[in-house]
Design a binder for this molecule. Sequence first.
Ligand code: DAH
Length: 340
Amino acid sequence: MKEKIEKYLEEIATFRADSVDTLEQFRIKFLSKKGLIPELFEGMKTVAAENRKDFGALLNEVKNAAQNKVNELKELIDSSSTSQQVFADATLPVDFLTIGSRHPISLVKNEIISIFSKIGFVVAEGPEIEDDWHNFSALNFPPDHPARDMQDTFFIEKNPDIALRTHTSSVQIRVMESQKPPIRALFPGRVFRNEAISARAHCIFHQVEGLYVDKNVSFADLKQTLLYFAREMFSPETKIRLRPSYFPFTEPSAEMDISCNICGGKGCNICKYSGWVEILGCGMVDPSVLKNCGIDPEVYSGFAFGMGIERTTLLKYNINDIRLYFENDIRFLRQFTSAY
Ligand code: DAH
């Protein structure tokens, strides 16, 4: 019996196979129910009790050797057959690489820029660390305005004149100070507010500001420009409405609502069953703001508007939690792979 086992071990160790068929024959010969190894196990009964332990160990050794051989050769045959296929047909497609995607905030920002660029708006940028003049004073914020409070604004320690900009309206001032009308520009960028982070609020978010200054710019121009934007951004059926509001730097000021893009105006929890959702603030540039920038309000007039990109993205893609934009969860980001 021992001799038989040694012969099997030898045969297993030297066995080679280059096809699935020869390997299968080997497996049947040794390991199938009626194969040589189960037959050996059957023979255990005839072995004297005191030798059984050693014999059992030996049997396990043959069994494992045969099983390992089958696994090893199977893997070898599988891998060489795929490489043979590839060499046989060099036109077979390669494995796909996972392609990254743009962040939804960038997608929407680029879309806003592209919509306004069709009607002559150009992009300008300003610093994220601003002084009081550009972020507040030149925009007509009174000294006791709550936005100037430490509660709402991130100031630089020991210098109350320097803060992280709280809105992109500061870029209006920089552009009007350095350029002569006509000005037709768009200012996208990050803004910062001292807010507790929740599903609805974040301390960092993005805005796009628009500014148009020329002779004879009217509120009708503002309204038509925004209607054009809303229809391009959401759908040709989108309606807008302007509600009177207040901002220190525009007079008159308004907030614009669009018919809810999520439910088509029928009413849902995004629009709180009103059919309308707020999307931006706007108005005619206050004459004293023009004056602060060296532009004569007797000659020129202008309009401005500002919108949050997170909010616009929410309305476009129905995203219900602002924190998702910042978590970099690949399952969220992958949903925008095909957007462009
Ligand atoms: N700066 C305002 C904010 O952050 C948004 C805004 C409102 C911008 C009216 C404008 C405007 O240009 O005319 O809430």
